[in-house]
Design a protein around this ligand. Structure first.
Ligand code: SIN
Length: 283
């Protein structure tokens, strides 16, 4: 579509576009907001540069898309339960989100998306990658698409869930809440192929940190096909890679892209704030 109020520059063939002509510290009128929303649907992940927003403005932008998620496990930013601080201090080696994933797919209603704002970035490195799960689905053979149409994925949080929260907290700058190790998280089922409610396109919906088997099959039986799908979803030709600057924002659609943060900036600091928008049950 044509845009009258904003500029939209794709950054890769698969997904991702940089949006210009917008200041997110100001309220967006409905016409501008409508174009941002359209760009989000069209490009799956959108980026803004040189923004200077407060925590409240960050949350206000998120609320234009839905209610905000309070992360079940991480300590929020003080005074802002809806802000998940994603931090790495120079002396810390491990990061949050360093493996390809969708956010929180062990929940019955996983997030619609997340808005990540860069407060402090390393001189180089710390990029985030995104992978279009529309393309992952569309490039499968007709035979495999037919097989997947009948499959339901069983998701759980066993890899992310800490056995002992304090051990995990000793290794990472983003801290888990006290009692995070006792949070009960039952398994949850989602179709392996979902249809995006706004674009109408089909997307693959499995990820290696939370999808451990197919419904009515054992993990052993499910593993070969899941392993194939995990490898397929990460193919470079489905991806884009975003280089952060202070004041950059990425807003990804958790229904059709996976993401992965790169841990290649040892000895440097990277501070981000994340606002996560609640979503609906995938179908
Ligand atoms: C995440 O939300 O998974 C982390 C993304 C990032 O830090 O780039």
């Amino acid at each position: 579509m044509g845009y009258e109020h904003i500029t939209v520059e794709p950054i890769a063939g698969a997904c991702g576009a940089e949006i210009g002509g917008i200041d997110l510290s100001q309220p967006l009128n409905d016409s501008v907001f409508g174009e941002v929303k359209q760009a989000f649907v069209d490009h799956q992940v959108i980026f803004f540069r040189d923004q200077d927003i407060t925590e409240d403005q960050h949350k206000d932008f998120g609320r234009r898309f839905g209610t905000l998620n309070i992360h079940p496990r991480y300590v929020p930013l003080e005074g802002h339960p809806e802000i998940f601080p994603i931090r790495k201090d120079p002396e810390v080696k491990k990061i949050v989100g360093g493996v390809w994933h969708h956010d929180l797919t062990h929940l019955p209603e996983p997030p619609l998306g997340a808005i990540l704002y860069a407060l402090d970035v390393p001189p180089t490195g710390g990029d985030t990658m995104f992978s279009s799960q529309y393309l992952a689905y569309e490039t499968l053979s007709d035979g495999l698409k037919e097989t997947l149409a009948g499959l339901v994925g069983v998701h759980d949080n066993r890899i992310q869930a800490p056995k002992i929260a304090s051990d995990r907290n000793a290794e990472r700058s983003s801290k888990l809440r006290e009692g995070a190790d006792a949070v009960e998280e039952p398994e949850c089922e989602h179709p392996v192929v979902i249809t995006h409610p706004e674009s109408g396109r089909k997307a693959l919906y499995v990820n290696k940190i939370r999808t451990h088997r197919f419904k009515d099959m054992t993990e052993e039986e499910s593993r070969p096909l899941l392993q194939y799908l995990f490898g397929h979803t990460e193919k470079p030709e489905f991806t884009c890679r975003f280089r952060w600057r202070k004041g950059s924002i990425a807003f990804w659609d958790n229904r059709c892209v996976m993401h992965r943060a790169l841990n290649d900036y040892q000895g440097h600091k990277r501070y981000m704030n994340r606002v996560t928008v609640n979503g609906a049950r995938p179908v």
